[in-house]
Ligand binder design. Structure first.
Ligand SMILES: *Cc1c(COP(=O)(O)O)cnc(C)c1O
Length: 436
């Protein structure tokens, strides 16, 4: 028998029968472990791994979970970062998701044993959170809510030219609306629109008047918009519904964001329907919220397309827990006191400096993000490190995403939960350790 280790490549069955690898297959699935086994067998053949070390090499190469999405520490200062999954769920919402992810009574009345209205508890929580709403509906996201409105109310949609906005990643609201077959009737100019522009555009084919919050830019100078209250008064008696897309999902006016529209005020001011995302400032799961007049909500609910935009049981669970449970992270970040942020930054910088790093605490400006409140920087504080830290921090475990400005890596603390400060410090120290 040859002593060449390459001839003694352990058999696949033998490796998969190893208790540690069998346990890993139970957690990760047999296919994933088998692929890792085959990779290591090749490395044994190549002489890079000793046959006796094969099990250890397979274990070392296995991921922690079968999903490749990983938790990331958000030190960008952007509270609702679309590329980082927008709002982090509250602990209560995470638990609700876990509880609902098995078999659950999302559409069954356990008292009678009959089918019940789907997600009724989440809808009730929404109606209670926005008392001006007669009825509520939840769909996949705000884009789906817009598409459903455009399809179900349809015909011609009257909209101000200055509100034909692009939200991000090429997502243009007018293109979405037209994709449903609705016709757009643009009124006013880029910078100015008046009530008469809207009322003159109404006709027998009008399906709705749509007001879209231009959430990621501002027009300054010689401008004029028609606010919901004025528009609602002007449409009174015409029978044409006024639909307001407020985007961010604030339930009520927020003291920190005076310019940001909210669901309750838009309805109280006379909008017939209001739309928003669930995962921006509301701080919940990805969802599109539709609230307002019961007859219009019913029309949307009965439309065949509604089924295509339906949300999952875990979304309904997370939404209800976000509305009824403790304040979710995004709302705590929004309310964070700048002095407290500076204290955290100083403590972190002192810890890192004590370990010999070039780390200082600096003032910074955070942002809402997710296409919200573009003109409203939030006073914040950051840990400032040499620029070379940015890339290795992103590649670490957990990855840390900050930003580089003026030749320094800044780690903004407003977008990070205080409970993650220790993990942030550890990640920075780990990068420094690997360098020395
Ligand atoms: C973000 C945003 C949308 C899109 O919302 P999604 O939930 O991402 O589909 C639509 N309208 C406005 C005004 C927005 O700000």
């Amino acid at each position: 028998m040859s002593t060449d280790p390459r001839r003694r490549v352990p058999r696949t069955d033998t490796l998969l029968a190893d208790p540690q690898l069998a346990a890993a297959a139970g957690r990760l699935g047999r296919d994933l472990v088998k692929a890792a086994v085959q990779e290591v067998q090749q490395r044994v053949r190549d002489g890079a791994v000793a046959p006796d070390d094969a099990v250890g090499a397979v274990l070392a190469g296995l991921p922690a979970t079968p999903s490749s999405l990983r938790p990331v520490l958000n030190a960008t200062g952007v509270l609702v970062h679309t590329n980082l999954g927008r709002a982090p769920l509250s602990e209560a919402a995470v638990q609700a998701v876990v509880a609902a992810s098995g078999t659950t009574d999302v559409e069954l009345d356990l008292a009678t044993g009959r089918r019940g209205p789907r997600g009724e508890a989440a809808l009730a929580a929404l109606r209670e959170a926005v008392p001006a709403a007669e009825a509520a509906l939840v769909v996949n996201n705000c884009a789906a809510a817009l598409a459903l409105v455009a399809t179900a109310l349809g015909g011609e949609l009257v909209i101000a030219r200055g509100e034909l906005v692009e939200i991000g990643d090429g997502f243009r609201i007018p293109e979405l609306l037209e994709a449903t077959g609705a016709r757009l009737r643009e009124v006013g100019t880029t910078n100015r629109v008046a009530l008469g522009d809207y009322t003159r555009a109404l006709g027998p084919g009008t399906g709705a008047v749509l007001k879209v919050h231009p959430s990621n830019f501002v027009v300054r100078g010689f401008t004029r918009a028609v606010e919901v209250a004025e528009l609602a008064a002007g449409l009174a008696g015409t029978g044409v519904p006024l639909v307001a897309d407020v985007g961010s999902g604030l339930l009520r006016p927020h003291p920190v964001l005076p310019g940001e529209p909210d669901l309750q005020t838009a309805l109280a001011d006379g909008a017939d329907l209001v739309l928003s995302s669930g995962d921006k400032l509301l701080g919940g799961p990805q969802a599109g919220l539709v609230l307002g007049r019961a007859d219009l909500v019913q029309r949307l609910r009965r439309h065949p397309l509604h089924r295509a935009f339906r949300v999952d049981k875990t979304t309904l669970a997370a939404l209800e827990a976000t509305l009824r449970g403790p304040r979710p992270p995004v709302q705590r970040m929004l309310a964070a006191d700048p002095a407290g942020l500076r204290t955290r930054a100083a403590a972190l910088a002192a810890r890192l400096a004590a370990a010999g790093l070039d780390a200082v605490a600096v003032d910074a400006q955070a942002r809402v993000g997710g296409g919200g409140a573009p003109e409203h920087p939030l006073p914040s504080a950051a840990v400032s490190l040499p620029a070379e830290f940015a890339a290795p921090l992103r590649a670490g475990t957990p990855p840390v995403v900050g930003y580089v400005a003026d030749g320094r890596t800044l780690l903004d603390l407003r977008s990070l939960a205080p409970a993650d400060d220790d993990a942030l410090a550890a990640a920075v120290l780990e990068v420094a350790r690997r360098w020395t």
